[in-house]
Design a protein. Structure first.
Length: 166
């Protein structure tokens, strides 16, 4: 009788495990869909829709406790605020995303967020902080041989020019 209980419990455990895995996959699929819809709206400068999609994605990422997803959605929201000219809010979002990227060891995310932070500081006219962020991004992106090193280099060049000309 004891063996029968074990045999029954094992398939139930597998079913529950697979069901949990499928639910997680569904959440990830939804997050990816919302990110894609947000990106499409962003590409046509429909910032309210992009923001709405990325907020929904952020909510799902938090529900799933998916730290990288949380970081990506927060970073994306920062991009919207940057493009709307709300630099303090953009900086707040980028710094949150950077913190999470550091916590999970996402070097690509760290490099991208540092570049975005550099852009905001440059737009705010805080050239020393912009320069520092760009330099850190360049080091990380070169080390991992990924990321948008060219963007950080361009940002650094523009910041250096502005710092010396104005």
């Amino acid at each position: 009788m004891h063996k029968l209980k074990t045999i029954i419990l094992v398939p139930l455990f597998i079913i529950f495990s697979l069901t949990g895995l499928r639910a997680e996959e569904t959440l990830l699929d939804q997050m990816m869909q919302l990110n894609q819809e947000g990106q499409q709206a962003y590409n046509i400068s429909d910032y309210p829709t992009a923001s709405e999609k990325w907020e929904q994605g952020l909510k799902l990422a938090r529900q799933a406790k998916h730290q990288q997803g949380i970081s990506v959605f927060i970073d994306s929201l920062g991009i919207v605020y940057k493009n709307l000219g709300d630099y303090p809010k953009a900086l707040e979002y980028y710094q949150q995303a950077l913190k999470i990227a550091k916590e999970i060891g996402d070097q690509l995310g760290i490099g991208n967020n540092l570049t975005n932070i550099g852009v905001v500081y440059d737009n705010l006219g805080d050239y020393p902080k912009a320069k520092q962020a760009f330099q850190k991004a360049i080091v990380i992106n070169k080390k991992i041989e990924k990321g948008e090193t060219w963007l950080a280099l361009r940002g650094l060049a523009f910041t250096e020019t502005k710092q010396h000309c104005f």
